[in-house]
Ligand binder design. Structure first.
Ligand code: NAP
Length: 346
């Protein structure tokens, strides 16, 4: 069955990825696109300064960009994908859910709300059950589901492999690509020949979202993972792909080989856009991998790569990498949409 979907913020860095990925997914077809008031009324191909390595899908290119409001959207949309700035999404997404729409969103607002599922389908699909709680508390016919921040989602699949060894604390330092800031986020004067050791709000997102994702849900309430997480986030002049250096203190004392095996064994999903392998692990013979240019497109951009796994006195250290606008944003939200469809929420 094909579901008709809308894309909110369809002209942006993540919105364009949505359009590209949804075009390749038989489960969904795009029936509406929205953007800011500057773009409303233009054809999508005129409004979107397309920056991807494919052509704009023809049918979508001809759609007229709509206002981002419930009254401007057609009633027959089964699902909305949202890549709005969080300041805009904070009001609009609630209004849409109240109007009955199911929204799979990238934006950071409400990710930590106790009744909003923050989901990576391969890691915590059971958290989708929070929709029942949300509908009861908010009186919505629709629903709001979030995927995590791009830097969080890069690290969490590897951390999920380590919970069997007792994760006590996590320190992570990131090297994040410029596309993570959106199309108007970082100017060339700021980033060429430079690195910026601060990304506003990003550290807090990694520290809190990771504990929610790895927490347990008892059908009514969600309890976050009981571990300290400390992050340091840095912007570097790569285009796509966030690289992260992770240091984990563990209760047990696994060898590097045992950690590599645990990461490689994290199961991928069976959704239409699931990659064959969720975590690709490089061995001792390739300590220089993963690298953004070489590894960000692994599994169509949906696979996380890990390498440099080394046992330490307190646990393990390693590096991991994911494509920030695919696995870290549009692809993650698309997978959540496929999970919503598979589980009958739309
Ligand atoms: P972006 O490139 O700046 O795109 C923003 C989109 O929102 C554009 O389509 C823009 O339309 C639209 N928009 C702006 N103001 C609006 C308004 N007042 N009403 C309706 N639409 C409006 O940003 P992005 O990088 O795609 O990020 C989008 C969201 O995803 C953000 O919440 C971001 O935090 C999150 N996210 C991004 C990444 C990433 O790697 N980039 C990863 C994870 C999550 P116009 O073209 O008309 O201005």
């Amino acid at each position: 069955m094909t579901h008709t979907v809308g894309v909110l913020g369809a002209t942006g860095a993540v919105g364009q990825r949505f359009v590209q990925l949804i075009e390749r997914t038989p489960a969904f077809e795009i029936g509406a696109v929205t953007a800011s008031p500057d773009s409303v009324g233009k054809r999508y191909h005129e409004a979107a300064k397309w920056r991807l390595d494919t052509e704009i899908p023809e049918a979508v290119g001809e759609l007229t960009v709509r206002e981002t409001a419930p009254e401007a959207l057609p009633d027959d949309l089964d699902l909305l994908f949202s890549s709005l700035p969080s300041s805009v999404a904070a009001n609009v997404e609630s209004a849409l859910c109240e109007a009955g729409y199911v929204v799979s969103s990238n934006s950071s607002n409400d990710r930590l709300a106790p009744d909003v599922p923050l989901t990576i389908p391969e890691i915590n699909p059971e958290h989708l059950g929070l929709i029942e709680v949300q509908r009861e508390e908010r009186g919505w016919d629709g629903a709001l589901v979030k995927n995590p921040n791009c830097s969080t989602i890069t690290m969490v699949p590897t951390l999920s492999a380590l919970t069997q060894f007792g994760v006590e604390s996590v320190q992570v330092s990131t090297l994040q690509a410029v596309s993570g800031a959106g199309y108007s986020g970082v100017t060339s004067m700021e980033i060429i020949d430079n690195a910026v050791p601060h990304i506003g709000g990003e550290e807090d997102k990694m520290e809190t979202e990771s504990r929610k994702l790895l927490g347990s849900f008892d059908g009514g309430e969600l309890t976050r993972l009981d571990a300290d997480v400390a992050a340091s986030c840095n912007r570097i002049p790569t285009l796509d792909g966030h690289l992260e250096n992770v240091f984990v203190s563990l209760a047990d004392d696994p060898t590097a080989a045992e950690v590599r095996e645990a990461m490689a064994n994290v199961p991928s999903g069976d959704l239409p856009s699931s990659p064959e392998t969720l975590v690709h692990v490089f061995g001792e013979d390739a300590p220089e991998r993963p690298q953004p240019r070489m590894d960000r497109n692994r599994g169509g951009g949906m696979t996380v790569s890990a390498g440099g796994v080394t046992a330490t006195e307190t646990g393990v250290k390693y590096n991991c990498l994911a494509h920030n606008t695919i696995r870290g944003a549009a692809g993650a939200s698309l997978l959540n949409g496929e999970l919503l469809a598979t589980e009958g929420w739309i």
